[in-house]
Design a protein. Structure first.
Length: 231
């Protein structure tokens, strides 16, 4: 194993893109709290830096959906507009964005630990999985670099890098399901499969299959629940 990858957090962050198995083997050797804090903090900072570009577009689209809603009265629409404006002029979107990324990493780590220990009979620790989740979340930086310029140029947050791109009707279950089948998320699922295989010493294909199945179940659940939320 390359000593730079083994000893350096920067080395592991670089390796996650080019030689992920080396980064995960380094975490097997030693996982420190900086392995969790540093990559996760970097992802949060990049995400917060992108919000001034994304938030105005998201707000306009949210207001447009409210304006077109037939379920809300004019008074309800005005109240909704006021709540949106109040939230926009506060720091709550930044705080909730940071909290979401932390909670997401924690939940992913818990799922990975359950898969590794209960399905594959491993003895992996939550701290290791939290570090792996944090490193894999670095893919979000590449995703933002691709999607945000497209959002700004097209003036919409509805940018898809998956099969939803080829569907027109965004109100269907199939669209909501395909919207979650994002290529960048698939990249992360592949990395997580490699990571679980590295920690549990099972075949990469088996580990990827288990993580992929969890992802599909999640996408189906989100698509189903999305149909219950209507404005």
């Amino acid at each position: 194993m390359n000593d730079e990858v083994k000893k350096s957090i920067i080395g592991k962050m670089v390796a996650i893109f080019w030689e992920p198995s080396a980064a995960f083997r380094a975490l097997v050797t030693r996982t420190g709290w900086l392995d969790i804090v540093v990559p996760l903090l970097l992802v949060i900072l990049v995400s917060l830096a992108s919000m001034p570009y994304i938030t105005p577009l998201a707000i306009e689209e949210q207001k447009d959906r409210i304006a077109r809603s037939e379920r809300l009265s004019d008074e309800q629409k005005n109240l909704a507009y006021d709540r949106i404006d109040q939230r926009t002029n506060s720091i709550s979107p930044y705080l909730s964005g940071a909290v979401f990324l932390i909670v997401r990493a924690a939940v992913v780590a818990a799922v990975l630990m359950l898969v590794g220990n209960f399905i594959f009979g491993g003895e992996i620790k939550y701290k290791n999985m939290l570090a792996m989740s944090a490193y894999v979340s670095l893919i979000d930086i590449i995703m933002n670099a691709v999607k945000i310029p497209l959002m700004v140029s097209q003036q919409t947050v509805r940018i898809y890098t998956g099969p939803a791109l080829f569907l027109q009707d965004d109100s269907t279950f199939l669209f909501r399901f395909f919207a979650n089948l994002d290529l960048f998320v698939l990249w992360k699922v592949i990395l997580l499969g490699i990571g679980v295989a590295t920690f549990t010493k099972v075949k990469t294909g088996k580990a990827f299959g288990a993580i992929f199945t969890c992802w599909i179940i999640y996408c189906l659940a989100v698509a189903g629940l999305g149909g219950l939320v209507k404005i």
